[in-house]
Design a protein around this ligand. Sequence first.
Ligand code: UD2
Length: 311
Amino acid sequence: MSHYVVTGGAGFIGSAIVRALLAEGARRIVVIDNLLSGSESNLEEVRGAVDFQKSDIRNYDEIAPLVRGAAVIFHEAAIPSVPRSIDDPVPSHDVNINGTFNVLRAARDGNVGRVVYAASSSAYGDTEVLPKQEWMTPRPKSPYALQKLVGEYYMNVFSSVFGLETVALRYFNVYGPRQDPGSPYSGVLSLFMKAVLERTQPTIFGDGSQSRDFTYVEDVAALNLKAARAPNVSGKLYNGGNGGCITLNQAWALLQKLEGVEIPARYGPPRAGDVHDSQADTTLAVRDLGHAPRFSFEEGMRRTLEWYRTQ
Ligand code: UD2
């Protein structure tokens, strides 16, 4: 019986994919994670149902036997964060580009059925119009954005040249339970959640008018499962967003409303490499993959806040 592999499966998004697979009745799931930013606690209640392998995608010899013969690899392992890739570009380059190449090489050598890749909306950079559509010319503004774009191109080339089935999903600012707020590089909503629950001021870089298509993690996990099964999509790229457009000021205002508090945000200088506006056109993902995001921004925020409250 062939198995599923989730690289970065102990991370925030990877562990949500693991849960979605188990909910669908998957029997064999191998999680590959070096625990650099992931944590076994993200897999707590499903730990007995998965084969956890502490392993690094930078090491081909380690991962090749683990992926051999897999039905699908969900490739989530990465060093995320635009500012982190600027402050410390070598590790993110190595993991995001060389690590991704190793995963593809191991997939091809091991006759894997399909690779579904976690690409990033950062690849678009600043576009003249919104929403962003897959045909638009990429304009990466940071090492991270470029690295994730190289991964997409590698997916496409492994499909066309080696006949490996690949699909790339450009995620749009995923948020939800288990996103770690413990680092300055953490996703902004996890930092906002921490601030509102601790009654402290968040810092907003810029004037807060920048917007994001914040996408709830369970919608992204569901999309991954659809991308794993959809016919005739090899080598293609899809937006994995929700279609929304929420400014940081709106997001912080909503959290204050949900908590019933008034805490003015602190404003700092804009961040290098930052994209100003981001919103997904979901037409292609809906048409080809059956993408059907279920969570409105407010509903996703309520659920996420509830989870942080219990931590
Ligand atoms: C990028 C990608 C996203 C994903 C992510 C992984 C875009 C549009 N999105 O997210 O798809 O790949 O990278 O890391 O490129 N901010 C504050 N205060 C804080 C922290 C952040 O104001 O304490 C701002 C930040 O300047 C930015 C926004 O919040 O304008 C979102 O930042 P982020 O780090 O959560 O995610 P972002 O958009 O770089």
